[in-house]
Design a protein around this ligand. Sequence first.
Ligand SMILES: Nc1nc2c(c(=O)[nH]1)N[C@H]1C(S)=C(S)[C@@H](COP(=O)(O)OP(=O)(O)OC[C@H]3O[C@@H](n4cnc5c(=O)[nH]c(N)nc54)[C@H](O)[C@@H]3O)O[C@H]1N2
Ligand SMILES: Nc1nc2c(c(=O)[nH]1)N[C@H]1C(S)=C(S)[C@@H](COP(=O)(O)OP(=O)(O)OC[C@H]3O[C@@H](n4cnc5c(=O)[nH]c(N)nc54)[C@H](O)[C@@H]3O)O[C@H]1N2
Ligand SMILES: [Mo]
Length: 907
Amino acid sequence: MANADCIVIQGSNMAEAHPVGYQWVMEARSRGARVIHVDPRFSRTSANADKHLPIRAGTDIVLLGALINYVLAHDLWFEDYVKAFTNASSILEDDYADAEDLDGLFSGFDPATGTYDTSSWQYADASEEGESRATGTPTTHGESHGESHGSGGPQLGRGVPSRDESLQDPQCVFQILKRHYARYTAEMVEEACGISRADFEYLARSVTENSGPERTTCFAYAVGWTQHVGGAQFIRAAGVLQLLLGNMGRPGGGIMALRGHATIQGSTDIPTLFNLLPGYLPMPKVGAHDSFRDYVDSIGTKTQKGFWADSESYAVNLLKAWWGDAATAENDWAFDNLPRLTGAHGTYQTTMRMLEDGVDGYFLLGQNPAVGSANGRLQRLGMSHLKWMVVRDFSMIESATWWKEGPEIESGELRTEDIATEMFFLPAANHTEKAGSFTQTQRLVQWRERAVTPPGDCTSELTFMHELGQRIRSRLKDSQDPRDRPLLDLTWDYPTDEHGEPDPEAVLKEINGYHVGGEKDGTPLSSYTEMTADGTTAGGCWIYAGVYADGVNQAARRKPGSEQDSTAAEWAWAWPANRRILYNRASADADGKPWSERKRYVWWDEDTEQWTGKDVPDFPPDKHPHDSGDAEKGGSAALAGNDAFVMQADGRGWLFAPSGMVDGPLPTHYEAVESAIPNPLYAQQANPTQKTIADSSNMNAPGITGTAAQGEVYPYVFTTYRLTEHHTAGGMSRFLPYLAELQPELFCEVSPELADEVGLAPYGWATVISARSAIEARVLITRRMSPLRAAGRTVHQIGIPYHWAQGSEAVVSGDAVNDLVGMNLDANTQIQNSKVVACALRPGRRPRGPALRDLVADFQRRAGISPTTGDEAIAPAVHPPEARSEGTPGQDDDAGRGAERTTREEH
Ligand SMILES: Nc1nc2c(c(=O)[nH]1)N[C@H]1C(S)=C(S)[C@@H](COP(=O)(O)OP(=O)(O)OC[C@H]3O[C@@H](n4cnc5c(=O)[nH]c(N)nc54)[C@H](O)[C@@H]3O)O[C@H]1N2
Ligand SMILES: Nc1nc2c(c(=O)[nH]1)N[C@H]1C(S)=C(S)[C@@H](COP(=O)(O)OP(=O)(O)OC[C@H]3O[C@@H](n4cnc5c(=O)[nH]c(N)nc54)[C@H](O)[C@@H]3O)O[C@H]1N2
Ligand SMILES: [Mo]
């Protein structure tokens, strides 16, 4: 980021939530870069930026789409880059229909299931044998990318996509892109986002004038983009723009996905997610992946282009690392020891199963869902259905105390004596009390040493998990039941370190991988290219291969910046292969020459016939830029010299995503589930693949798609965010007096205009009511929030930080904002929308006791909402506010999935 000429921070309050990384934004700025912050709220990030653009939450695709349109309409795209490295020239099948043709839907939509069959989004096949489609595995029926493909670029079969290098063919990606975004104009931005044309012009000029051979622009986002239904498409929209501007794979370019918790990147790489295995290998699915062959072929076939062709090696290495000698060629490397996925099993599906008594026990290791997860009340009610629950934390967090002093005890919904859940609290060692690695935003794996001994009974996760495994294994040791084999055959023998704990470096070594048998037995691998599929190597996470190269903990390297060049390759270790910028082949042109002297990074050296430069080249080291690739061989050999996007099965950066996304091949604007504004672009109001959970405790209040009353009952929207002084659900900050006193009370930020409208007094109380619950907060009247004009009306947005919870254990307490938030999920990621929530606001404190639920029910009744409101895949008719009649409450509630679609012209 320090090398950027322009930085757009959109969907993050980077200065406050990512202060360490933010130093590079400041450094870029001190070198002359322009910094723009696009955010509903004015924050410390805005204060440091050249310009702050307030935006209506949830409309970023309109803004990004308008930038794409601006770039295309003004011919400002980086032509040589786009032609060489993107799929702009690829031609689609004739049966593809765009959202522009179908008023907000793409071809293949099934209203009965709310999912797409993506087969019409594929490239046409230009190869001889070609009756099969060029892109091999269309996804059907809403399985998300991670569930079906891991992170691998979804496949192309053997086929060669048809291309038109002149980009003129009406069915080529470039022309489709132009048509798709033609109506995303500055005027549309003004109407949808509430951003003036002058401000849009400023943004568009800043971004385009700072892109091209000589200059680069960088985007940074965090949960202001991800926590929306359709959030994955917000990010893809930035990806499309950055590809058009030639900003990917180049210094100062790219899109920084600012990661949250200290090693949240690490816990997606070596995941705590239900749908992934280490290194972005997908979890096998029941029915689809019954044999090892079906499984690995679904990730990447040997004949496909790029590095996913070796998926078999990665999978075999993982299985060998886990099951050692018990994983053999004969038993398909113990593939049947892996559980099979039967569908989505994320946090929210699990909560719903708890409520149905479908879950017996729950381990919480470093999580506080009673406060941090959407619909906190349902989280706690779910816990009350468990037989047992284990919380490992260093504070007595609310997920451990809900049964005696949670809000449902106060409201009378739960009585402690009636709750049968057996609770266990086990004290955990914190990050200073144990050694291990943290992987951060830039994929940098950094080692930390143990500074002090954990007090009392506190232990590290490693010690706990290791011992739990040992105890279970010793109980099962005489078992003959085949279902116990996976546990009994695990490699579970870690040496202890000087503190008597399992040695974390031994785990790192297993993750890195090592040779099995022969002369090199036990020697660490130095790269994933050494991994084999014949059982002679084992490694727990292929992308981390090399972190323990030469038997040295490369993550522990701390050579100061002053002693090395600006890439700082000897500070810690970045996956994969210690590479600092992914796809960096794109930092050179089609001939392998740097795009400019100023942005020189990786290039082809004619003398040595090697790729070289300031970073580890992300390309086969001796492949000539004009090499046409050997399609017969597959894998990296099949890559042509300009196939810079080496993980993609066609070697190209995808402007259009023929597969991998479940809600459309091109980012398209939909209104949030609870928006009160008609979608200005399409009849289709909300994302048709949205995953709502229909439950009487999880109702939605879409402003305009239901009865007339709704927009008036919940007339405002709030967004939730973090404060510098607190951390997430508060377990690490509300319990510390030093931090707690800096931000002692929950508050809501409102504009002076809204305070006037509602009658709020500064520092007094306000009650915020959503379709799920009601909370109280102190009133902070501030110009940091400004009313916007959008769709011809005034939109008031409220900002509420989410760090508080009721209880007596922490130093400070307050209502938990997530009680207001519904479980509405993005179909690609299963992430909840926490950023656009409809609400009512009134002065004073909320009622106590049973009166709280009565208040919530009264609002629900007046709004005429039911558990299925807003649940339909295809929204019923969208009425502009003035045309709405006084409807009978509940009249639209039966317009469920599969309802007739009404087009815009009909009303
Ligand atoms: N001090 C501190 N630092 C933290 C954390 C913490 O709790 N405290 N938490 C850590 C974690 S787990 C995470 S995930 C990261 C999160 O890092 P951030 O995402 O930067 O944190 P938030 O405060 O949630 O900020 C989201 C921003 O998005 C804005 N926003 C909301 N909706 C929209 C929208 O539709 N469009 C746009 N453009 N912006 C929108 C909000 O106003 C807010 O400013 O922070 C990490 N760092
Ligand atoms: N409304 C709303 N809700 C949100 C968000 C939002 O922006 N708005 N953001 C979401 C995001 S991005 C996140 S990440 C979640 C966070 O939600 P949670 O993860 O549920 O909340 P935390 O408070 O971060 O919980 C982490 C707990 O782990 C404990 N802990 C820390 N280190 C260790 C350790 O080494 N071992 C063990 N055993 N425990 C440890 C801490 O004390 C803390 O209690 O909240 C999500 N919820
Ligand atoms: Mo997070």
